[in-house]
Every structure is written in structure tokens, then in C-alpha cells.
Ligand binder design. Structure first.
Ligand code: FAD
Length: 415
């Protein structure tokens, strides 16, 4: 099919999710010309509903905090963990990093649309239902080929491309950048329900992470929304899921039946939405940048959902990339590796250490230990609130060593 049109833009962002909307708004605020190409029509469903405090720092930087605060999302002030009769909670108002004390739990369809609309209000052009279907990075400037909903094609030449395509992973696929994740393939089965939780001890201001009573590497999330509904899901490796019913609703309910506290909490729930599944979501890339492009959010790497770090990493990458790109567009020489990739990965690697510790049980030992010191809990709380780049926090600067040390102390003083 002949290419009908060719246009030239300064920056093209692929995808209008959290990383794309934040990056586009930040660049537009610096006076740059930005086009966002998004293949879906918003609002659209996305998983990833529990936010960390740190992501609001980027929402604020992009001039969107008032709109998010006014949207009526469920406030979140921390994270609660349960394993049988053990429970432990962390308060984002009491952290080492003294960051934002609260954040939100959001239905992503509304949240992502709000961010994209805010970017558009600031002058960003967003084209919905247009998909990037091919790329050419061999010429002096990158060219992207896009397909509209009616099937017509056009090309865009850009000074720079930010890939914020999430699981679409447009540039990793086209430029052969994909690399295996260090995490095994896990499945998540999830739904939204009207939860009707009537236990007065239940705290709707926190995400509840419940460890499976027998399999410590299987866990559930319960994320309350402001409308009496919640997101509910289970995560487990394939060998833990294979004996469960193939039907997703039956599979999720079978897992919940194995976790008596969770089942009790949800005894009156109305299951009104078909469950879904996503598997093999952990992903990595060989490089976060190259000539004429950088990768943001899930288009680069996705670790694991257990600490709800995805949107925060996505927005942090958007903010860091926008700052480097702004200087490059002004004619400065920049080094994407040392100014973007290395510092971004530092925080990602902090989360990685705790995700590994979650699945090998050491971080769970620390979290559920009844005697851990308030100072240590404040350092851990900082990371759970998203401040995984705060090098002043010893649990950030030396995550593996600190976790090993504290896990050994907890194991030797286990009740
Ligand atoms: P996305 O939000 O995926 O946005 C990418 C956009 O790009 C999409 O709108 C897509 O339509 C568009 N796109 C794709 N391909 C193309 C193309 N070819 N052309 C044009 N547009 C395209 N994170 C949290 O912070 N909290 C949580 O509680 C949480 N829970 C999770 C639970 C599970 C089971 C999983 C798997 C993930 C979870 N996450 C969570 C992670 C979170 O979903 C992602 O990290 C986050 O959505 C990444 O944002 P993004 O902007 O990079 O990409």
C-alpha cells in the first residue's frame, strides 16, 4: 500500500499510558513539539491500580496533581501484608525519605485517561486509535510508520522517539532489543468485584497483600477503590496454577478458598466481572536508549507486580528522559547511558533486590517479624512508598547486603 503522507515532528511518543502522558507533558511544558500516537481509544482497561507516593512527584512535575487530587480516587496511605494470622503494615506517612504521605488506588481506565487529557490540555497532540506498525532508525532521523483506524497509513520523521508503548514493546521488538527477564514466568489472574467488606478492621486506605498459607511464592492483591469495589488478583508460577480450573473465575475463587482470612473478608462480595489473566509479564531489554530513541516504563523493563512499582518506575523514567532530551534538543551533548540509563536502573535494581527477597522468603521474614525496629521499618516503608532512588537510605544504597543482614537477624530471633 502506498504511503500517502509524511510529516515531520520534533518528538514522537509511542503510547499514551502513564509514562507517555507524563513525558509528553513535560516536554510540551519546555516548549517542544510533541506528538503522541496511541493505538487504543481511551478510556481503556489496564492492570496496575495501586500507586506509590513517589509517582505523585512526577504527576506534580507535569502540572497534573490538582486534577488527580480532585478526581475522587481512593486515597492510599500505605501497604498491609498478611500471612495466616500474621499481619504487618507500613505507613507512607512514616518513612525515612519523608516523601508524599499519601497516594491513590485508581481504576486505570479513568486514571490514564485523566493524565492523557491533562497532557492534551497542555497542548500535546494525542492521536488515538493509531498504531505504530514499522520503524526505520537507519536514516539520519528516525521515521515511524503509523496506521489509522480506517487502515490508512502515514509516516512521521522525528528528531527523537520516546517508546512508551508498555507491553506493546514497539522498539524492543523492531530493533531487536528484547532480553530475557531474570524472573521466572508467573501468571496473574484477576478481576474487579463489589467487595462489600464489612470487617471493621479492614483498612481501605491500604493495599492488602496476602501470602498464600502454604506456598509463600503465591500471593494475592486486594486494592480497594473509592466506589465500594476493588481489584483482586492472585500471582503464582505456572506449576502452582496448572492444577487449578482452566476457567479464570473458577481458578481465582479456588485460590481464594485456600486463603481463609481473605475468603472471610470477601464473604459477601458480588463477583460481577469476568476474571482475566496475564502471564509472562516480566521483561527486559539490552539497552534503554540508542541513536534517536529512549525506552520508558514497561517498554523497557517490567519486574514484578508485588510492590506496585510499575507506574512509579514508568513515570520516573519519563521524567528523567524528558530532562535529558530537553538538553539534547537545546543543542547540548548528552550521555544517555550515564545520565538516564545508569541512574534509572539504580532504583529499579533496588526494587529488584526486594522482589527477589519476596519470592525467596527473606523479605517476607523481615516484614512479618514482630520485633523489627521502627527505624528499619521506616527505611523499608520508604521503598514501599516508591523512594527507591534515595541513596541516603541504607536499604537503597546496599539493598542486597542490608536485606541479607536483617533477614539473618530475623531468622535467628524468630518467635
Ligand atoms: P502502559 O500503561 O502499558 O501504556 C502503554 C500504551 O502504549 C498503551 O495504552 C498501549 O495501547 C500503547 N501502545 C502499545 N503499542 C502501541 C503501538 N504499536 N502504537 C501506539 N500505541 C501503542 N503497577 C503499579 O504501579 N501498581 C500496581 O498495582 C501494579 N499492578 C500490576 C499487576 C500486574 C499483574 C501487572 C502485570 C502489572 C502491574 N503493574 C502495576 C505494572 C503496570 O501495569 C505498568 O508498569 C504500567 O502500566 C506501565 O506504564 P507504561 O506507561 O509504561 O505502559
Amino acid at each position: 500500500m502506498p504511503i500517502a503522507e509524511m510529516e515531520r515532528r520534533q518528538v514522537v511518543v509511542i503510547g499514551a499510558g502513564p509514562s507517555g502522558a507524563i513525558a509528553a507533558a513535560l516536554l510540551k511544558r519546555q516548549g517542544h513539539d510533541v506528538l503522541v500516537v496511541e493505538r487504543q481509544l481511551f478510556p481503556r482497561f489496564s492492570i496496575g491500580e495501586s500507586l506509590l507516593s513517589h509517582c505523585l512527584d512526577f504527576v506534580e512535575e507535569a502540572g497534573m496533581l490538582d486534577a488527580v487530587n480532585a478526581a475522587g480516587f481512593q486515597m492510599k496511605n500505605g501497604a498491609a501484608f498478611a500471612w495466616g494470622d500474621r499481619c504487618s503494615h507500613f505507613d507512607f506517612g512514616d518513612t525515612f525519605s519523608n516523601g508524599k504521605p499519601t497516594t491513590f488506588q485508581v481504576e486505570r481506565a479513568s486514571f490514564d485517561k485523566l493524565l492523557a487529557d491533562q497532557a492534551a490540555l497542555q497542548g500535546v497532540e494525542i492521536r488515538y486509535q493509531e498504531e505504530i506498525i514499522a520503524v526505520d532508525f537507519d536514516a539520519a532521523k528516525p521515521t515511524l510508520r503509523a496506521r489509522r483506524a480506517d487502515g490508512s497509513l502515514y509516516s512521521v520523521e522525528a528528531d527523537f522517539v520516546l517508546d512508551a508503548s508498555g507491553y506493546g514493546r514497539v522498539l524492543p521488538r523492531f530493533l531487536d532489543l528484547e532480553a530475557p527477564s531474570s524472573f521466572p514466568v508467573r501468571h496473574a489472574v484477576f478481576t474487579h468485584i463489589e467487595d462489600r467488606i464489612d470487617d471493621p478492621r479492614f483498612d481501605r486506605l491500604k493495599i492488602l497483600i496476602t501470602t498464600h498459607p502454604v506456598h509463600r511464592d503465591v500471593w494475592f492483591w486486594l486494592i480497594p477503590f473509592s466506589n465500594g469495589r476493588c481489584s483482586l488478583g492472585v500471582v503464582g508460577a505456572v506449576e502452582k496454577i496448572k492444577d487449578k480450573p482452566a476457567d479464570f473465575d473458577a481458578c481465582l475463587r479456588a485460590f481464594i478458598a485456600e486463603a481463609p482470612e481473605l475468603e472471610r473478608l470477601l464473604h459477601a462480595a458480588v463477583w460481577d466481572t469476568p476474571a482475566r489473566t496475564i502471564e509472562g509479564y516480566s521483561a527486559n531489554v539490552k539497552s534503554l536508549h540508542g541513536k534517536g530513541f529512549a525506552l520508558l516504563g514497561n517498554a523497557a523493563e517490567f519486574l514484578d507486580p508485588v510492590f506496585s512499582s510499575g507506574v512509579t518506575i514508568a513515570m520516573r523514567s519519563a521524567s528523567m528522559a524528558a530532562a535529558v532530551l530537553k538538553r539534547q534538543l537545546q543543542g547540548e551533548t548528552v550521555d544517555w547511558e550515564s545520565e538516564f540509563a545508569v541512574p534509572l536502573k539504580r532504583g529499579v535494581d533496588t526494587f529488584r533486590a526486594y522482589v527477589e527477597g519476596w519470592y525467596d522468603g527473606s523479605f517476607q521474614d523481615v516484614i512479618f517479624h514482630p520485633g523489627s525496629s521502627p527505624e528499619i521499618r521506616r527505611m523499608i516503608s520508604s521503598i514501599l512508598a516508591g523512594y527507591a532512588w534515595d541513596e541516603g537510605n541504607p536499604f537503597v544504597s546496599e539493598p542486597k547486603r542490608r536485606l541479607r543482614m536483617i533477614a539473618q537477624i530475623c531468622a535467628s530471633s524468630a518467635p
